[in-house]
Ligand binder design. Structure first.
Ligand SMILES: [Zn+2]
Length: 317
């Protein structure tokens, strides 16, 4: 039985798991903070954790895949930038890990990994063309086109969060401005909401947050929606319109079979999904906007399962 180790580098933890047929058999993790001193420390952390996982497993581990929250040049697996770790610039993580671990290794962007996982085992099963989106602190994307993960020669692709939604707007870390992420990324969404509250908008949210506007979370916004809070509902409506607008361009250009949306903010459910669907129907070229938009299924495991699929990909080449 073929098993692969998936490594998912996240904002707080580096998660690892032995994965077989889309099932995570054994899990491990170590804090990302302890390796924030640089790429070398992260490499050491991954090598130690992979060795320990392999030691604890009776079967054979044939490959390792790593999902990185940043820009990765493939197939070389060179990490151009990494969102959570300082000092990363063109780090050849794939070749270094391969040399030290002695098995095929594939390093790619974490949302690309998630797209692979949702396509093979989750909400994207059975289609040939899939668009996958994650909504969290960052807004990312991954495209499966003609039954294959789409990759660009330069590394970044499907960067849905960095599509501009207006001619002018706030500057973005990518060098652009008015990027979708600057409106609907976790922090930006809450910042826009706080600004409305500070200028006198009525809402139950301040009370839910114990009077501290800086403590408002997306989960509180969801709860306020259930109570019929107008501002909370409007927050997801506005975010959904913007996400839908960008997706309407993607749909008009690619006409995928399905759109899968995951990440922390997608827990808002219908409050967010309905405005996205409505905007798609209105703004994408007819009849393409009727495309199904569904929530991701694999939750927190998508990153691990997808990373393991990356490893298997390296094995098959
Ligand atoms: Zn940007």
């Amino acid at each position: 039985m073929k098993a692969a180790i998936g490594v998912d580098i996240g904002g707080t933890d580096v998660k690892l798991g032995i994965v077989r047929h889309g099932q995570v058999l054994v899990r491990r993790s170590f804090p990302t903070a302890s390796i924030s001193s640089g790429p070398k420390a992260l490499e050491e952390g991954i090598v130690a954790a992979v060795r320990s996982l392999r030691g604890s497993f009776r079967g054979k581990v044939e490959s390792v895949g790593v999902g990185v929250p940043g820009l990765v040049r493939v197939p070389q697996g060179i990490v151009q930038t990494c969102a959570n770790v300082k000092g990363w610039k063109n780090v050849p993580l794939q070749s270094r890990l391969r040399r030290r671990l002695g098995v095929p290794v594939r390093v790619d962007n974490d949302v690309h990994a998630m797209a692979l996982a949702e396509w093979r085992y989750g909400a994207g099963r059975g289609v040939r063309n899939l668009v996958c989106v994650t909504l969290g602190t960052g807004v990312g994307g991954g495209f499966i086109l003609n039954g294959k993960l789409y990759r660009s020669r330069l590394g970044p692709s499907a960067e849905i969060g960095h599509v501009a939604i207006g001619e002018t707007g706030p500057a973005c870390s990518c060098g652009g401005s008015a990027c979708l992420e600057r409106y609907v990324g976790n922090r930006d969404l809450l910042r826009i909401l706080r600004r409305k509250l500070e200028s006198g908008a009525k809402s139950r949210l301040p009370r839910l947050a114990g009077g501290r506007l800086d403590r408002i979370t997306p989960e509180m916004v969801d709860r306020a929606c259930e109570m019929g809070d107008r501002l909370a509902i409007e927050t997801w409506e506005e975010a959904g319109c913007k996400i839908g607008l960008v997706l309407s361009k993607v749909v008009t250009l690619l006409s995928p079979d399905r759109i899968v949306i995951g990440g922390g903010l997608s827990r808002a459910g219908r409050w967010l999904f309905e405005p996205i669907r409505k905007t798609l129907r209105e703004r994408a070229m007819h009849p393409l906007g009727k495309i199904p938009v569904v929530p991701a299924k694999l939750g927190m495991s998508a990153g691990l399962i997808g990373a393991a699929l990356l490893g298997q990909e390296a094995l098959n080449e």
